[in-house]
Design a protein around this ligand. Structure first.
Ligand SMILES: [Zn+2]
Length: 506
């Protein structure tokens, strides 16, 4: 639309300045159609400033105009997509409950439990998960390919060789199939003694809840077609040493997949913490700050130029937060600047270890009496990870958070590569980048924020070029990044310049 172009032309304007006195003039312009574009273009305003005007004006006509125009010049979250609106409300608490109930019904899903029984143990549970994917695949006309990568491993918690099997459904992308977004959760469970493979280990929250998210996301997203591939991973061996995540990450690498993100869900179903806090409006997302595979040279550059908070994983976390909070009312995705909880691990880390962006979702406040515990009552306290503690309406919002991020990423072009920034000892910041292989970008968008801000706050469209100069914006004072945008307005995660922020090694 014209407004986007006009704002671009006004590059030299001080977009962060205080434009308050122009409020009334803006109202007049916006009420007359012919003067509308000129009014915005002449002022060189962006939507953040326009919205500030709206708040002070509270004028209906103006609010409507801003609502129509601003998505064209703001970030991904502002480009509301009808498809994403549908996905946001699609997760069904009844479906999620049915999955958790079925998984709990296998008694134990310990990695070393029975694999032959049709009723009890991890083998029966895996076959059930596979049958769900097969049913979803039939419902979408064969859109899911199912694979079961496996590996025999030993470890501190697996003294005898044991077979780890992941159940993986692949929804192949139509335009850029080697680019992959992974959704994952682990199917295995445990009790107090991590080697006890026979006691009842319902594992409702840890991690039937995560598996339910993955299967429900598959049910919803399989109704759509995407340029990129979405992979639904039901992992094994997590409690015995994070084996299933490693297995899937290695499988991805062997297939030549370019993993844009693994969104891992582990302990995502309960809303009442051990501290008594009950909150059904908040989900945590953990992400590495600096990449696991950072080279010594990259680390040295980062020390001088920043990037401690801008790994691709962290920008995936920001992306999920922005999308979820746009499409889901009364919902917060809290960024935690940490790979995982203290002293604890998750399957996403295996993706990070191979250089793939990956994050972990976990409920707001955990109750440790309901994790890794023998099911019992002791001193009047109920222990054990039973289904009674799961909040399925909350789990539906967790599913929506995953599905929105996956659908948006899979609809958008790949994030740009070779993102660079220049402009030291000049008044301007200059961003440059290269188109990534895969589905073509229609345009690019440069984002920036104060170096201490947790989220991207400002953006400017760059059109289809591979360079943008931000006049009078000191390279020293902000963090910058670049995203790709599709013709329909789907935007990729933001890529921070240099090795610190790259999604894929060059
Ligand atoms: Zn877990």
């Amino acid at each position: 639309m014209r407004v986007g172009q006009l704002v671009n032309k006004a590059e030299g304007a001080d977009r962060l300045g205080n434009c308050g006195p122009m409020t009334c003039a803006m109202t007049v312009h916006l009420r007359r159609d012919k003067e509308l574009e000129m009014g915005i273009g002449m002022q060189g305003l962006d939507c953040q400033n326009l919205r500030r005007f709206v708040r002070s004006c509270a004028h209906g006509t103006m609010a409507l105009v801003i609502a129509m125009l601003c998505p064209m010049v703001e970030g991904a979250a502002a480009v509301e997509q009808a498809r994403l609106r549908g996905i946001a409300v699609a997760p069904d608490p009844v479906q999620l409950q049915a999955t958790v109930q079925a998984l709990v019904g296998f008694g134990t899903r310990h990695t070393l439990s029975d694999t032959a029984s049709p009723m009890r143990g991890i083998g029966a549970a895996r076959r059930w998960a596979q049958s769900r994917f097969e049913q979803i695949g039939r419902d979408c006309g064969g859109c899911l390919a199912i694979v079961t990568p496996s590996q025999t491993v030993t470890g501190a918690r697996l003294p005898e060789p044991a077979e780890i099997v992941d159940v993986v459904a692949i929804q192949r992308g139509s335009g850029d199939p080697e680019r992959v977004i992974v959704l994952s959760g682990h199917i295995d469970s445990r009790v107090t003694d991590v080697m006890n493979a026979s006691a009842d280990a319902p594992g409702a929250d840890d991690d039937a809840s995560g598996v339910a998210v993955v299967i429900e996301a598959a049910r919803i997203l399989s109704r759509y077609k995407f340029p990129a591939t979405i992979v639904y991973g039901v992992l094994s061996g997590e409690e015995q040493g994070l084996f299933g995540g490693k297995l899937l990450a290695e499988y991805a690498k062997a297939q030549g997949w370019r993993v844009e993100a693994d969104l891992n869900n582990d302990i995502v179903g309960a809303t009442r913490g051990q501290n008594g806090v009950a909150d059904n409006t908040r989900l945590r997302v953990f992400s590495e700050g600096t990449r696991d595979t950072e080279t010594a040279q990259d680390a040295k550059q980062r020390r001088f130029e920043g990037g401690e908070d801008d790994s691709a994983s962290r920008n995936v976390a920001r992306y999920a937060k922005t999308l979820a909070e746009t499409y889901l009312p009364n919902w917060t995705v809290a960024l935690v600047y940490r790979l995982d909880r203290f002293g604890r691990g998750g399957d996403h880390a295996a993706f990070n270890a191979l250089g793939f962006p990956a994050v972990r979702f976990t409920e707001n406040a955990e109750d440790y009496r309901h994790q890794h515990q023998d099911v019992r009552t002791e001193g009047g306290v109920e222990y054990g990870d039973t289904i009674a503690h799961i909040d399925f309406a909350y789990l539906a919002k967790v599913t929506a958070t995953n599905a929105l991020a996956a659908a948006s990423m899979a609809s958008a072009p790949p994030p740009p590569v070779n993102v660079k920034i220049a402009g030291a000892v000049t008044p301007d910041a200059q961003l440059s980048w290269t188109t990534a292989p895969g589905s073509p970008a229609a345009a690019y968008r440069v984002h920036w924020r104060e170096t201490t801000s947790p989220v991207w706050t400002h953006s400017r469209d760059a059109g289809k070029t591979e360079m943008l100069t931000l006049m009078n914006m000191s390279i020293d004072d902000f963090a910058f990044g670049v995203a790709s945008v599709s013709a329909e307005g789907y935007e990729s995660p933001v890529v921070f310049p240099g090795g610190a922020g790259a999604f894929w090694a060059p």
